[in-house]
Design a protein. Structure first.
Length: 499
């Protein structure tokens, strides 16, 4: 059986703890790989290597850093199919979706290649007699990233390229459910010329996470995952004096107004709810239909959802793959069966779906729930699967009030032809990312990604300008140099004394 080990100091390091976790092919249900789970001592070794590497990397020139990043970008581009295949094999998402994940990660590598302009600093001259003030940004030291299973390449690339471009060294703890992509990203970085120890990967479970959160040499922690864990990461790491950005879960709403193009809205709802089998924090999981359009909209969504082809991610004809684990598949199914008991109309029930020849895979079909109440479990919880809830309101105001009552505030969208209504929505809705006739408003790399309320813990969003600020700290230098013309008698520096 294949074993995925750690990557520390520019080389593969075999696990020493004796503990291993299973990695499953979601399409077959077969355990194909084991991943080494790090002990506290192994985490400490990775941090120590990163700390030593920081002594030189943190002092390296911007030209040296960006040279490596440009080479890295080229290597990632030429190996994107290979990385996507690793994602599909362990996560289950279809190849085209995996390729899209790699492309979105590459955006942040490209942003890091242009880091020079974002680290320029500021200068104010002559704030007083012969006094200048400069503001500069410097790296933090060793920083850590803890990333989720649903985007095993993209989310790590949302973190470490910017961190190392800013002069930090990095310890990545990826999900143990699909670890191979992160190792390949690190290998390619080394091939691109990244010095040993600048990027390290340690696999593990809660033991490794807690070791990073408590380690005195880790200056900052980036996290993406569920809200309960994000809250724990933020509380624990902050208590240990670390800077923290912890992105949590979501319940993203799509408000559809009566004047909307219902075909476009239905297309968007299906792609945003069921893409990547709903295993993404920006999935639309609740459609709020306003007024009399609800019945027609639900029917259009049903018609489209029934045509989605579910199958193995490496099958080019598949449009949606399996869920990551059997336990997660069963949990998602329980929300569908529970919704009926709590008063919802089950328009589509995907809980019994199977795929011929892959009967042991973690399959579930698309589910569509109508007339869902706000106090039902299917609405309140982040399901993280291909389940779309439809709620109904009579007015725009009721719809916005419903959305704003949610404890989550990650992303949201409005579908309308009315510019005035769209403008009101983007100002009134309580969410960090808003789409207008765009169902999944994930910002491009040079804008920052992050939500509000229980979807983000910490002051900084991820990547973009917020990412640069998170991975650096400001320093203000006030300088006074006496004018050479005022030098003591007897010292002549060649400046005329007639001014």
């Amino acid at each position: 059986m294949k074993t995925v080990n750690h990557w520390i100091g520019g080389k593969t390091v075999e696990g020493a703890s004796g503990n291993y976790g299973p990695v499953t092919d979601p399409a077959t249900g077969e355990v194909t790989t084991q991943v080494a789970l790090a002990s506290e001592e192994e985490v400490d070794a990775a941090v120590s290597v990163a700390k030593a590497a920081f002594q030189s990397w943190g002092q390296s020139s911007l030209a040296a850093r960006t040279k490596v990043l440009f080479a890295y970008r080229a290597l990632l581009d030429s190996h994107r199919d290979e990385v996507a295949e690793l994602i599909t094999a362990e996560h289950g998402k279809v190849h085209s979706d995996a390729l899209g994940e790699v492309a979105r990660g590459l955006e942040i590598v490209e942003l890091a290649c242009g880091i020079t302009t974002q680290l320029k600093g500021e200068l104010s001259t002559s704030v007083s007699s012969n006094v200048d003030v400069a503001a500069i940004r410097q790296p933090l030291g060793v920083v850590a990233g803890i990333t989720p299973f649903n985007f095993p390449a993209m989310v790590p690339m949302w973190m470490f390229p910017l961190a190392i471009a800013c002069g930090n060294t990095f310890v990545l703890k990826p999900s143990e459910k699909d670890p191979s992509a992160s190792i390949r990203l690190a290998e390619l970085a080394s091939e691109a010329g990244l010095p040993d120890g600048v990027l390290n990967v340690v696999h593990g479970d809660k033991v490794a996470v807690d070791a990073l959160l408590a380690h005195p040499d880790v200056a900052a922690v980036s996290f993406v995952g569920s809200t309960p864990i994000a809250r724990y990461i933020h509380t624990t790491a902050s208590a240990n004096g670390k800077r923290v950005q912890a992105l949590g879960g979501a319940k993203n709403h799509m408000l559809v107004l009566p004047d909307a193009d219902l075909d476009a809205a239905a297309d968007a709802a299906v792609s945003a709810a069921y893409g990547s089998a709903g295993e993404r924090c920006m999935a639309i999981s609740a459609v709020v239909a306003v007024g009399s359009i609800a019945d027609e909209l639900v029917e259009k969504i049903r018609e489209r959802a029934e045509k989605i082809k579910i199958g193995p991610g490496n099958d080019p004809t598949s449009e949606m793959g399996p869920l990551i684990t059997k336990a997660h598949r069963d949990k998602v199914a329980s929300y569908v069966t529970g919704a009926a008991a709590q008063g919802a109309d089950v328009v589509l029930d995907g809980t019994g779906h199977t795929v011929d020849g892959f009967e042991d895979g973690h399959w579930i079909g698309l589910s569509l729930l109508d007339h869902v109440s706000t106090d039902s479990d299917a609405y309140r919880d982040e399901i993280f699967g291909p389940v779309l809830c439809v709620l109904r309101t009579e007015t725009y105001e009721e719809g916005v009030e419903l959305i704003n009552a949610s404890p989550y505030g990650n992303g949201t969208a409005v579908f309308t032809r009315d510019g005035g209504a769209a403008r009101r929505f983007q100002l009134e809705v309580q969410a960090g990312m808003v789409g207008v006739n765009v169902p999944i408003p994930v910002p491009v790399g040079y804008h920052s990604f992050g939500g509000w309320k229980d979807s983000l813990f910490g002051d900084h969003h991820i990547y973009g300008n917020d990412g640069v600020h998170f991975y650096t700290r400001g320093k203000v230098v006030t300088t006074r140099w006496p004018d050479p013309a005022d030098a003591p008698a007897g010292v002549d520096l060649g400046f005329p004394r007639n001014h």
